[in-house]
Design a protein around this ligand. Structure first.
Ligand code: MRU
Length: 350
């Protein structure tokens, strides 16, 4: 892909240096800075402050991060190493609560370790190899999933469509060609001539800083709008489909995604526009029955009142509501686009 970010994934394992590299997304689009992370604390911080973000990328970052953290574990015996590795995974899992890909990835990593019984002198080498192999499988899987989501999603569109998206479920959030953006990139490659509209996505501006940036850099026709402009845009008839990503899909299809997604879904229903959620199966959490059971991350008030302003833009002491996600009811979702195909209602994941 030809864009300013270059062809690297937002998080990857550098085999030559046996290390983890991430693109610091908090600095985009003004600065492209790659960071090498070597400890569990650094990985935890990078996920917490959204240097790496977006459900699938959080999963990959946790997986490769668990590997580089495991290299630091000091233990004489495999049993002690394995117990310590469990603690590292629990610590990384505490960095953010809503995207299920985080715990999914860490559980997938712990499984091979728990299944090992190592007694010889070379147990450390075997254990680390098994962890790295599992982490790289998650990395490759995310890229492969995004390609398949792109093909299935494309079948729901036609050339020239106007497409609205919210937040960033692009390659920066999901690897490969993203999830919500995957049909867009797939169509762009075939000359579909989509007109894409990206909600800016208050308060952290993932739409403005990331989606508009990555699509524009790839040569896609993309227009940025403030979140409160989506209603009039949809009413004008310019939008044929909405594609968004997901952070956690409950068993009944209720879906947590970036704050503001629910409003877009309500609008889509009102104006008769199909509303598609693009996500890999790793984002489906069959253990969570409905959206009411999804833990919604609350973030710092300063993200709303100070982050993008020279001076605070509200009076000192004003109370601020800052949930990072909302839950879109399953009945508002026309279909899920997954790597295994398109899933239409009634939804029941098991
Ligand atoms: O807080 P973020 O930036 O990690 O949240 C990401 C989102 O909620 C995106 O909307 C996305 O759809 C989920 S990640 C594919």
């Amino acid at each position: 892909m030809n864009n300013n970010i270059d062809n690297r994934e937002a998080v990857y394992y550098d085999g030559e240096r046996d290390s983890m590299v991430i693109l610091d997304q908090t600095l985009l689009p003004n600065e492209v800075k790659w960071l090498t992370l070597t400890s569990a604390e650094e990985v935890w911080e990078a996920i917490k402050v959204l240097r790496v973000r977006g459900a699938p990328v959080i999963g990959v970052a946790a997986a490769i991060g668990a590997y580089v953290s495991a290299k630091q574990i000091k233990a004489e015996r495999f049993e002690d190493f394995s117990a310590e590795f469990g603690k590292v995974c629990a610590y990384l899992n505490s960095s953010r609560p809503t995207a299920v890909n985080l715990s999914w990835a860490l559980n997938s990593l712990q499984l091979p370790v728990n299944n090992l019984q190592l007694t010889g002198n070379d147990w450390r080498e075997y254990a680390l190899k098994a962890i790295l192999a599992a982490a790289l499988e998650i990395y490759r899987g995310a890229i492969a999933d995004s390609e398949k989501i792109g093909e299935y999603g494309l079948s729901l569109t036609k050339p020239g469509d106007g497409i609205l998206t919210h937040c960033n479920a692009g390659r920066l959030a999901c690897m490969g060609i993203g999830t919500a953006t995957a049909p867009i990139y797939a169509g762009h490659k075939r000359g579909y001539g989509f007109k894409v509209y990206a909600d800016e996505t208050r308060p952290l501006l993932q739409g403005a800083r990331l989606t508009a940036y990555e699509l524009y850099s790839a040569g896609v026709d993309v227009t940025l709008l403030c979140d409160n402009m989506a209603a009039s845009l949809m009413k004008s008839g310019k939008i044929n489909a909405v594609f968004v990503g997901a952070d956690r899909v409950a068993a009944n299809g209720d879906t947590a995604n970036k704050i503001g997604t629910l409003g877009v879904a309500v609008l889509a229903k009102l104006f008769g526009v199909p509303f598609y959620v693009c996500a890999p199966y790793s984002t489906i959490d069959a253990k969570t029955k409905t959206g009411a059971d999804i833990v919604i991350e609350q973030r710092e008030p300063s993200e709303v009142s100070e982050m993008w302003y020279k001076k605070p833009m509200t009076a000192d002491g004003v109370k601020i509501y800052n949930p990072a996600f909302d839950v879109t009811d399953a009945e508002l979702i026309t279909a899920f686009v997954t790597e295994k195909g398109i899933v239409k209602p009634p939804y029941k994941f098991s």
